[in-house]
Design a protein around this ligand. Structure first.
Ligand code: T46
Length: 139
């Protein structure tokens, strides 16, 4: 992955044959921060929905797609990559100062996000030009 402050997170999986699989996520082991908040995103009935479109000043998060799929765009101001997220993907760690956009939610998409801090609107940068300024992007 070329995006700064981001990496794939591969939790332990136990394959139990006809009884299904177990995916195990341990705080501070699989997740590189102390989890302070967990939230989910679901019931995306409009296929044209767009979520995200912001960066965080300090917040770190790990995102898992637990059902269906969606397209995740990550952008550190210099590189931009797209990932098709679904149940067979690993989780994705997104550190600070990464612009993210989520689109193309399909098949009853269910997303789980683990976050390093409580919700704080002042940690969000919701304007793309302000995001570029915040990372000292200078074209
Ligand atoms: C992120 C992506 C992946 C709260 O009150 N508490 C919360 O913990 C969250 C996450 C949201 N909210 C409120 C704030 C807004 O009024 O819920 C509303 C929708 O939040 P937002 O527009 O930020 O939703 P997304 O899906 O664009 O972004 C969320 C997270 O906010 C963000 O940190 O990285 O999911």
């Amino acid at each position: 992955m070329k995006i700064k402050n981001c990496k794939w997170i591969k939790p332990q999986t136990v394959e139990d044959g006809k009884d299904g699989n177990l995916v195990i996520i341990e705080n501070m082991k699989d997740i590189p921060f102390n989890i302070k908040r967990v939230y989910s995103i679901h019931s995306l009935i409009d296929s044209t929905a767009v979520r995200g479109c912001h960066s965080h000043r300090y917040l770190e998060q790990v995102m898992f797609c637990l059902n269906g799929s969606f397209k995740l765009e990550l952008n550190d101001g210099f590189n931009k990559e797209f990932y098709l997220m679904n149940i067979s993907c690993n989780g994705i760690y997104i550190g600070s100062n990464v612009w993210r956009v989520m689109t193309e939610f399909k098949n009853n998409c269910l997303i789980m996000v683990l976050a390093s801090n409580e919700y704080d609107e002042s940690d969000y940068i919701r304007n793309y030009n302000k995001f570029l300024k915040s990372i000292n992007y200078d074209e």
